[in-house]
Design a protein around this ligand. Structure first.
Ligand code: NAD
Ligand code: UDX
Length: 463
């Protein structure tokens, strides 16, 4: 099957960058990304690519190259569905906040709406691709909706989970470790798989394109995220033991990482992992395991989340304890709010939870993040519903540079590992702070020796 038109429903952190790269690498295919969110689509269409809604290094250039040529952003969902041979579903699948499975299961209402819309609009046979991260066996539900339209249109459903990490999305999309495509074992299923393989083959070498059955593909995505998050919780668990015993977690990580069976990546102790995926996907895995009665399996993975919550709380508790058991009316400067460097995404960022705890202790939080606005910081705190929006606004202020945020502060907390933090004039920052001047480095990125020489009281994670 020759593919000439692709549609992607959902112009978010996955849909936007993924489709931009497909369009760049496949100039012969017209790629249309649609979304209900008119503001987001308008931002994707902004003439100045500095204003596209997602900050990812290198993305602006790719959008500038392909947009208007064979990459389009639109709110006309029906039209794009009707025209395309392949439809990617890349909408959000957050943790349910109501009803059965509240707080654990994935909320699939947006997925179902897409399936129903495709069923209603499609007049020709289509390949529907699950790009969103979904519970294993979701394809069954999508198929059941699509197969009951009564209009004779044939659908093939593929699972093609996305493994990009934010902050390195473009790099990850251009040279992926692998592309995973799950499909039906029937002849039509295999033809659909081949059509998608052909799209990726425009820039990904064949040995990196893995094809499986649908269920393996769906479950591999949850498994990959669970394994990655589990490594962080494992090293974070060791970080507390290091602090008690005089071991240094960076040295321990290096020593174990040189074992080729363990490997060096994803062993950075931190204030805790954030992001829209790890927690949501593990909770979903826990829910699925429980729904099959696999309680030991569920408990095993839930511990990864318990450890992560504990690590965030341990960080804020330590700030309070070190500042003589009170932070009331003290200014604590937060360097970083995003859940990792090189992204403007703050979903589930550790900074939100640490700030929430410190505001409970009546601290005044001064935030500086190179890519996050005050509006976003306050919205993140308001979303927790711990206190009124007025109270949050009274306790939190954002600054557009780190020096102003740190002026007069009792302590600095490093929440995100932005590169620029290491290069600051730390003497200047020290001179403007209350003494003793404390630094709590939640990312282990600053030079302890240099800071202690200036006069800071410096505390890292795991040493
Ligand atoms: P997102 O919230 O940034 O984007 C989703 C978009 O879908 C939103 O703009 C929303 O308006 C739109 N949408 C929802 N329902 C719609 C509908 N019926 N019609 C049209 N548009 C609709 O989410 P995201 O971060 O891009 O994640 C999307 C999926 O990809 C999730 O399942 C997530 O788990 C998965 N994923 C995310 C990442 C990541 O790094 N963010 C990585 C891999 C996989
Ligand atoms: C993750 C997966 O890596 C990616 O494959 C999947 O598609 C989406 O979820 P993402 O959440 O964007 O990607 O970023 P990631 O680099 O995995 O970082 C997640 C969190 O873990 C961040 O808060 C990061 O700071 C933290 N982290 C990561 C650590 O604390 N230590 C580490 O060693 C690595």
């Amino acid at each position: 099957m020759k593919i000439t038109k692709i549609c992607c429903i959902g112009a978010g952190y996955v849909g936007g960058p993924t489709m931009a790269v497909i369009a760049q690498k496949c100039p012969h295919i017209q790629v249309t990304v649609v979304d209900l969110n008119t503001e987001r689509i308008a931002a994707w269409n902004d003439e100045n690519t500095d204003n596209i809604p997602i900050y990812e290094p290198g993305l602006d250039k790719i959008v500038a190259e392909a947009r208007g040529r064979n990459l389009f952003f639109s709110t006309e969902v029906d039209k794009a569905i009707d025209e395309a041979e392949i439809i990617f579903i890349s909408v959000n699948t957050p943790t349910k906040t109501y009803g059965k499975g509240k707080g654990q299961a994935a909320d699939l209402k947006y997925i179902e709406l897409c399936a129903r819309q495709i069923a209603r609009v499609a007049k020709h046979d289509k390949i529907v691709v699950e790009k969103s991260t979904l519970p294993v066996r979701t394809a069954e539900a999508i198929k059941s909706i699509l197969d009951n339209t009564g209009n004779g249109v044939q659908f093939q459903i593929l699972s093609n989970p996305e493994f990009l990490a934010e902050g390195t999305a473009v790099e990850d999309l251009l040279s992926p470790d692998r592309i995973l495509i799950g499909g039906n074992t029937t002849e039509e299923g295999q033809k659909a798989i081949q059509a998608l393989v052909d799209v990726y083959s425009n820039w990904v070498s064949p040995e990196k394109i893995l094809t499986t059955n649908v269920w393996s593909s769906e479950l591999s995505k949850l498994t990959a995220n669970a394994f990655l998050a589990q490594r962080i919780s494992s090293i974070n668990a060791m970080s507390e033991l290091c602090e008690k015993t005089g071991a240094d977690v960076n040295e321990v990580a290096r020593a174990i990482g040189m074992d080729s069976r363990i490997g060096p990546k994803f062993l950075k102790a931190s204030v805790g992992f954030g992001g829209s995926c790890f927690q949501k996907d593990i909770l979903n895995l826990v829910y699925i395991a429980k729904s099959y009665g696999l309680n030991e399996v569920a408990d095993y993975w839930e511990q990864v989340i318990i450890m992560n919550d504990y690590q965030k709380l341990r960080f804020s508790n330590n700030i309070v304890k070190t500042l003589y058991n009170t932070v009331a009316d003290k200014k604590i400067a937060f360097l970083g709010w995003a859940f990792k460097k090189d992204t403007n995404d703050t979903r589930e960022s550790a900074a939100i939870y640490v700030a929430d705890e410190l505001i409970n202790e009546q601290a005044k939080i001064a935030v500086y993040d190179p890519k996050v606005s005050e509006r976003k910081v306050l919205a993140d705190l308001d979303y927790l519903e711990t206190r009124t929006a007025e109270k949050n606004a009274k306790n939190v202020t954002s600054f557009n540079n780190a020096y102003d945020a740190c002026e007069g502060a009792h302590a600095i907390a490093i929440l995100t590992e932005w590169d620029e933090f290491a290069d600051y004039d730390w003497q200047k920052i020290y001179d403007g702070m209350q003494k003793p001047a404390f630094i709590f480095d939640g990312r282990n990125i600053l030079n302890k020796g240099k800071l202690e020489k200036i006069g800071f009281v410096y505390q890292a994670i795991g040493s």
